[in-house]
Design a protein around this ligand. Sequence first.
Ligand code: UGA
Length: 449
Amino acid sequence: MVLVKSMEKMNIAILGMGYVGLTSGMALAKHGLKSICTTTTPSKAENLNRGIPPFYEPQLEELVKEEVDRGMLSGSIDNVAAVRESDVTFICVGTPSRKDGSADLSAVASVAKDIGVALKEIDKYHLVVAKSTIPPRTTDGLILPIIEEYSGKAVGVDFGLCMNPEFLRQGSAVHDSLNPDRIVIGQYDKKSGDALERLYSDHDCVKIRCDIKAAELIKYAANSLLATKISFANEFSRICERFNVDVYEVMKGVGLDFRINPRFLDAGVGFGGSCFPKDVNAIVALAKENDVETPLLDSVLYTNDIQPVHFVDLVESAVGGLEGKVVAFLGLSFKPNTGDVRETRALPIIEKLHEKGARIRAYDPKAIENFKRITDLPIDYFDEVEEVLSEADFVVVQSDWGEVRDISAEEFKKLLKQPIVFDGRRTYDPKDMISKGVRYYGVGWKNDI
Ligand code: UGA
């Protein structure tokens, strides 16, 4: 059997309606492929069918609405029906961390079963593509046998199998899914890889064909290396502070080497989000389980843990004790342009500030409700910059939203009791702030305490 339909007529099932699933669904729909995204939450499917995505992501709502309105994108809670009515199925469910750091693959196993049940009922070649971040041996060691068991069909004959990691970033998920810098196609066999490559024929970026396990590992290796660059810059930020040197100047000089490149060398309070902490922990746990030592990645995680503690120490030494101090805390999400608070550095920083007696007034344009779900610490929440600043003793910046970047030295001077700023993300130009009368402290800056 061959994939006989022309690309335009192919229907796509996307199992999972998170950042990867929904933005991939929107992008495929935009490329003319009718896509159904599934979820286990009925309200999310109903909302999607009205053009409303289940999370905030710049530009996503308008593009989703467009595709829903022209009948190219829809939501459903029925995995089996979605697969049955499609030619290609993407597995995009979450793989959260278990307590020991390893990846929880229960959602992957559950949708593999649904795919098997659906394939039993149809009599045409179907391509299954794993897009979730999954450890090596998951596609061919877990997904494949489950599909074969429940469908009674054979891989390579009745269905094809690929592993196709996703590299989009939250906050720019729409741009990244429409303009990937590379497409990695881990293929069970040539026929599967050809079918997936045909699906991506509109994209003129580099496409890499490889082994399925290599594709699984490319994703972990890419995230681990990006996290390593960040922890490297963060370690240097502490060395720079001791020598009164600006780490941004140092990393600029380092990043201009074409073998290194300047991206992901921005020192700050550490990496958060649903990917770096989870994926580095998962690959470390998997390596250890298989008797492989990971001293480098252990240090990447350790550096990330101590960075928020170090930042609070900096605040404490500069203001001489935190008891009773009122902090205007700017940015709760793990990075700007998302409401996502998973592993946000805001939590360890706020917990530490609170433990030391500070009162927290927190600002975020999108993440307040999500943050309330991960802590019950007494925090006053604001969605207006002006309100959070007034009555505060000083400012702590954790996530550099545009609204936060736009605050001027004059506003700090007017609204704060004293114009003192602790910048965890190099949101402002320190020299500019200092020249305008703000007491500026920052990660990797020449903090003169
Ligand atoms: C990351 C990767 O960048 C994506 O390529 C990947 O697809 C995604 O994980 C995933 O696995 O799904 P994401 O977590 O959305 O994307 O966001 P990033 O822009 O990578 O930022 C992660 C964290 O690192 C944020 O807390 C950010 O503030 C921090 N960061 C980033 C730094 O501290 N310094 C930097 O130079 C860059």
